[in-house]
Design a binder for this molecule. Structure first.
Ligand code: HEC
Length: 198
C-alpha cells in the first residue's frame, strides 16, 4: 500500500515539475522555457568562429605559424612559373613501375584525363570531338605532337607531366584537388606508357 502511494507521489511531483517547465515557456513565445542542464547547450570548448579573448587577435581559429606543414601534407615546391616548370623536369617518379600502379594510373587517367586527351592519349577525347568542344589538346605521342611550352610531347619528362597535373595549363585546369600526390604519380606513370605509342 505504502509503496504504491510513494510511487504516486513521485509521479505527481514529476508531472507538476514537467507542467511548470512546459507552461513556463508560454510567458512569451520566444522563451525556450526552463532548460535542463544548460551547460549541455553551451559547451566549454570554443567554436571555431567564436570570439576568443585568450588570443591577441581575439579569434578562436588561428592561422598556423609560417612554414608549418599539416600532418601527411606533401609539399610541392615548384612554383607555377616558367622556371618552376623547367625545374620540375628533375623530379623522379617515386613509385615503382608495377602492373598494379599502372592499372590504377589507367583508372585515374580514364576518369580525369581521357575526356580531353583521349583513351589512347591521341588528344581526341569525346569533349574534343563535340561540335563546340575544347580544342588544342595535345596528343602524348607522335612526331608532330608538340608542347606549347616547347619540345615533343613524347619526350616530356615525368616531372613536367606531374607539374601540369598540379597547376593545369590554359584550358586544362589543375587536377591537384582531385588526385592525391600518389595518385598523380600513378597517372604520370600511365601517361608515360601512352607516350611510347608509335
Ligand atoms: C578539359 C580538358 C583537359 C583535361 C580534363 C586534361 N587536360 Fe591536359 N591539356 C588540355 C589542353 C587543352 C592542353 C594544352 C594546353 C596548352 O598548351 O595551352 C593540355 C596539356 C597537357 C599536357 C602538356 C603540358 C605542356 O607542358 O605542354 C599534359 C602533360 C597534360 N595535359 C596532362 C594531363 C593529364 C595527366 C590529365 C589528367 C589528370 C589532363 N591533362 C587532363 C586539356 C585537358
Amino acid at each position: 500500500m505504502l509503496a504504491m502511494n510513494k510511487s504516486k507521489i513521485v509521479l505527481g511531483a514529476f508531472g507538476l515539475l514537467a507542467s511548470v517547465a512546459m507552461f513556463s515557456a508560454c510567458k512569451d513565445n520566444k522563451s525556450t522555457g526552463l532548460e535542463y542542464a544548460r551547460n549541455m547547450y553551451d559547451p566549454i570548448a570554443y567554436n571555431q568562429d567564436q570570439p576568443n579573448k585568450n588570443f591577441a587577435n581575439g579569434a578562436t581559429s588561428q592561422t598556423p605559424p609560417p612554414n608549418t606543414t599539416p600532418v601527411d601534407f606533401v609539399r610541392y615546391d615548384y612554383p607555377n612559373t616558367k622556371e618552376g616548370y623547367e625545374a620540375s623536369a628533375a623530379l623522379v617518379n617515386p613509385l615503382a613501375l608495377t602492373e598494379k600502379n599502372l592499372l590504377e594510373g589507367k583508372h585515374f587517367y580514364t576518369v580525369f584525363c581521357s575526356p580531353c586527351h583521349g583513351e589512347k592519349g591521341d588528344g581526341q577525347g569525346h569533349i574534343v570531338k563535340l561540335d563546340k568542344g575544347i580544342s588544342g589538346v595535345p596528343a602524348y605521342h607522335g612526331a608532330d605532337a608538340i608542347s606549347s611550352r616547347g619540345g615533343l610531347m613524347k619526350d616530356m619528362p615525368a616531372g613536367k607531366i606531374y607539374h601540369t597535373i598540379m597547376y593545369g595549363l590554359n584550358a586544362m585546369g589543375s587536377h591537384a584537388s582531385q588526385l592525391s600526390p600518389t595518385e598523380r604519380w600513378k597517372v604520370v606513370m600511365y601517361v608515360q606508357q601512352l607516350q611510347k605509342i608509335q
